[in-house]
Design a protein around this ligand. Structure first.
Ligand code: GDP
Length: 297
């Protein structure tokens, strides 16, 4: 679907005859291609621009290693810079869940994959770390969302807090906390309400829940295919609620994952996991190398 960056660059450098060191012009020409590749990978314009400027500074005047072509060399510089920006946490998959019961707050827009991701993480914590997990849906406006979590819980063998109609999100969160303490759970996960767009009520509700339980982790779930939108959502949630990490879903899709780069550059928040499908096992710890390779194509 996309021409890879290496292919683009070898074309560019075939036309150039410079030897010895990468000249200003070589680098500028190459970086135009890099910029296009980033934009095609859904990196936001301002981030692509800044990124290219940073690479330009690093690349200009660098001696060309004998064993590789100038094109390959620029690709390597770009790749290394991508990995450096994308790396946010030495151990992104390690959740802070000491001192049980540890609350994990899941936030994000409706349709981002929040409920699915809550269940995926619960399954992972149960199977890989032997944790006892309790899940609770706080989406009081959408009974179907509450039922969805219950169904997923049954499917993966993880307990959910019994649904009580008419309770507000803070009351549910407190009940989850009590139930988690009394029931000897290690972790309780709160799947907050999602909306199609961020609004004051959504933020106020998530903030009230946060204040009621003081989460050990607040994980923002965003659709990895939404590019610039994903970044705006992350900025807003982080400003208003405070986020300890980001989970990018739908990274199994056709997109090239540029949202990951924009996300890191703009919010500075670590990306902790990526969602890779609808199945309950389709989640992996974030790996900068892998996403860098994908962005470059
Ligand atoms: P919520 O409204 O944010 O809670 O979103 P849901 O968890 O209900 O997910 C919405 C849809 O996206 C469902 O059909 C999920 O199966 C699907 N989904 C969630 N995560 C992924 C993912 O990583 N990849 C793909 N392909 N689909 C996903």
């Amino acid at each position: 679907m996309f021409e890879s960056l290496s292919d683009r660059l070898s074309g560019v450098f075939d036309r150039l005859t410079k030897q010895g060191a990468l000249s200003d012009e070589d680098v500028r020409t190459a970086l135009r291609e890099v910029r296009v590749a980033l934009l095609e990978a859904d990196v936001s314009l301002s981030v692509a621009r800044d990124f290219v400027a940073a690479v330009q500074e690093k690349a200009t005047g660098q001696a060309v290693t004998k064993s590789i072509t100038p094109g390959q060399q620029v690709v390597k510089i770009v790749h290394d810079e991508l990995v450096s920006v994308l790396t946010g946490d030495s151990d992104p998959g390690k959740l802070k869940i000491d001192s049980p019961p540890a609350p994990i707050l899941m936030v994000g827009l409706q349709g981002s994959g929040k409920t699915t991701t809550t269940a995926k993480l619960a399954k992972r914590l149960t199977e890989r770390e032997g944790k006892r997990v309790l899940m609770a849906s706080l989406d009081v406006n959408r009974p179907a969302a509450m039922e969805q979590l219950e169904i997923l819980g049954r499917q993966i063998g993880v307990d959910t807090l019994p649904i009580v109609r008419g309770e507000d999100p803070v009351a549910i969160a407190k009940r989850a906390k009590t139930q988690a303490s009394l029931g000897g759970y290690d972790v309780y996960m709160l799947d907050t309400a999602g909306r199609l767009h961020i609004d004051q009520e959504l933020i106020a509700q998530a903030a009230a829940v946060r204040d009621a339980v003081t989460p050990r982790e607040t994980l923002l779930v965003v659709d990895g295919l939404t590019g610039q939108d994903a970044v705006n959502v992350a900025t807003e949630f982080d400003d208003k609620i405070g986020v300890s990490g980001v989970i990018l879903t739908r990274m199994d899709g056709d997109g090239r994952g540029g949202a990951a780069l924009s996300m890191r550059k703009v919010t500075g928040k670590p990306i902790r996991f990526v969602g890779l499908g609808e199945k309950m096992d389709a989640i992996e710890t974030f790996e900068a190398e892998r996403i860098a390779g994908r962005i470059l194509g």
